[in-house]
Structure formats: structure tokens, C-alpha cells
Design a protein around this ligand. Structure first.
Ligand code: B1M
Length: 212
């Protein structure tokens, strides 16, 4: 049985108060932050997704669990800081057009910031033209796109094409990720990098920019 049983149950129920208290208690008890995240919070969202697929829960419950997870993540965020104040590079990140899922994207954003990148987060449902406009404005080293729906994945190549048309593509590296996205898909759409999770997104970003 998981040591995070009470936390898991609270996230499934969408009980924010208990989930936040359980997260704090796990931290106080010296639990590893990565464990709280992966075994307590992320694994629970997989369970929530399965219950949704089986028709056991519906959108409002899924939304409540998502909100609960995000409140717990606020406690973990400061613990991801590496303490290096020099910016490692600029990252422009967003969830692609038509897609409202932002927990994974927020996690990537949080870990990137913690690792010393300067992150501009465009939020969710970001159309290609918004990526282009903001890229022209902030001059990022990396444009990072997240998608959680197989139906919104095509917005990734559309965004790459828009960057190309605006003459921005050659000035940035493009990284993609999200549950339905694969390394193969990244090759297929000529993205520069794919990461399966927030931790590897950081190491891949460093690799893209030649930082150790
Ligand atoms: Co939705 N949803 N949802 N949902 N939802 C999924 C994704 C789904 C798999 C559930 C299911 O059916 N089993 C399914 C998608 C099926 C598919 O297309 N393959 C689904 C569906 C169908 C839908 C709707 C269409 C439901 C409906 O309306 N009938 C609808 C679509 C709305 C829209 O976007 N237009 C919808 C809505 C929602 C809510 C709004 C209720 C809510 C989102 C709230 C929010 O995000 N603020 C929600 C939720 C919570 C989920 C599940 C349960 C959890 C997602 C999550 O946050 N996971 C999800 C089931 C699941 O994923 N198991 C599901 C935790 C998060 C940490 O993981 O986002 O994968 P993830 O991020 C990972 C990696 O993917 C990676 O790093 C993170 C981990 O470290 N990563 C990157 C992510 N982005 C990256 C970018 C990178 C690199 C790595 O580089 C740039």
C-alpha cells in the first residue's frame, strides 16, 4: 500500500484541504519531493483519467482533482529551485490550440524555472499566431509545446509551420511533449526535441542549448 494513501484519496475526491495538509505532512516527514510528485500526485491523475474513461467519474470531478493537484504543487514549487540566479536561457511555453490541459505544462514550466531558465508561459489553448507573436517579442531560445489530446497534436506542426513562415523557426529550438506525444512524432514534425516528463524536459533543454 502506498505511503501516500491519504494524499491519493484526497486528490481523487478533490478534497483540497486534506490533500494540501497531506502534502505538507509528507514534506515535514522528510518524504522525497520527486516521490510525492510521481507516486502521490501524477500517479493519481492517471487513476483519475482511468475512472473517467470507464465512466465512473465525469468532467466536474476530473476538474476538481486537477485543481487539488495544482494546489499541492504550489507547496512543492519552491523546492525545485536550483539556486542559480543566472538565466540558462529563455523558454516560451504553452499548451497548444484547442487544448485546456495545463498541469503537465505547469510542471515543465516550474521545473525549467527551478533549473534557471527564464520562462514565459502563454497558458492554454495557444494558437500558432500567439506563439509566433510572443516569440518575436521575447526572443526565446526554446519554444516548448504541450498537448494532452490526440486531437490537438496537429496544432504542433501547425505552430512550427507558422514559426517558419514568420522567419522565426531558424532562431529557436522546438521542444514538444505531453501524454500522447512521442519521440517518433517529434521526428515526423521536425521538432528539435521531445521529452516524456518534466525532469527530462529540463535535461533535454540543457542539451539543446549545449549546457551541462
Ligand atoms: Co482530460 N483527457 N479531457 N481533462 N484529462 C485526458 C488527457 C485523457 C487521457 C483522459 C481519458 O480519457 N483517459 C483524455 C484524452 C484522450 C486522448 O486524446 N488521447 C482526456 C479527454 C478526452 C478530455 C476531454 C475531451 C473530455 C471531454 O470533454 N469529453 C476534455 C478536453 C478539454 C480540452 O482540452 N479541450 C478534457 C478536460 C479535462 C479537464 C479540464 C477536466 C482536466 C484538465 C484540467 C487542467 O489541466 N487544468 C482534465 C484532466 C485532469 C485529465 C487527466 C485525468 C489528467 C491530466 C494530467 O494533468 N495529468 C488525463 C488523464 C491522464 O493523463 N492520465 C486526461 C498529470 C500531468 C502531470 O501529466 O499532463 O501528462 P501530463 O504531463 C506529463 C507529461 O506528459 C510531460 O510532463 C508531465 C510529467 O512530468 N509533459 C511534457 C507534458 N507536457 C509537456 C511538454 C514538454 C515536455 C513534457 O515539453 C514542451
Amino acid at each position: 500500500m502506498s505511503v501516500f494513501k491519504a494524499l491519493i484519496e484526497a486528490v481523487i475526491k478533490g478534497d483540497i484541504k486534506t490533500a494540501v495538509a497531506e502534502t505538507q505532512q509528507a514534506l515535514d516527514a522528510g518524504s522525497n519531493v520527486q516521490d510525492i510528485l510521481s507516486k502521490g500526485l501524477i500517479a493519481t491523475m492517471d487513476e483519475v483519467g482511468e475512472r473517467f474513461s470507464k465512466g465512473l467519474i465525469f468532467i466536474p470531478q476530473m476538474l476538481r482533482s486537477a485543481k487539488t493537484m495544482q494546489e499541492c504543487m504550489k507547496l512543492l514549487e519552491p523546492l525545485f529551485q536550483e539556486g542559480d540566479v543566472t538565466s540558462k536561457g529563455k523558454v516560451l511555453i504553452g499548451t497548444v490550440k484547442g487544448d485546456l490541459h495545463d498541469i503537465g505544462k505547469n510542471l515543465v514550466s516550474m521545473m525549467m524555472e527551478g533549473a534557471g531558465f527564464t520562462v514565459t508561459d502563454l497558458g492554454v489553448d495557444v494558437p500558432p499566431e500567439k506563439f509566433v507573436q510572443k516569440a518575436q517579442e521575447v526572443g526565446p531560445d526554446i519554444v516548448a509545446m504541450s498537448a494532452l489530446l490526440s486531437t490537438t497534436m496537429p496544432a504542433m506542426p501547425q505552430t512550427i509551420e507558422a514559426l517558419q513562415k514568420a522567419g522565426v523557426r531558424d532562431k529557436v529550438k522546438v521542444m514538444i511533449g505531453g501524454a500522447p506525444v512521442t519521440e517518433k512524432y517529434a521526428h515526423q514534425i521536425a521538432a528539435d526535441s521531445y521529452a516524456s516528463d518534466a525532469g527530462s524536459a529540463v535535461s533535454k533543454a540543457k542539451k539543446l542549448l549545449g549546457i551541462s
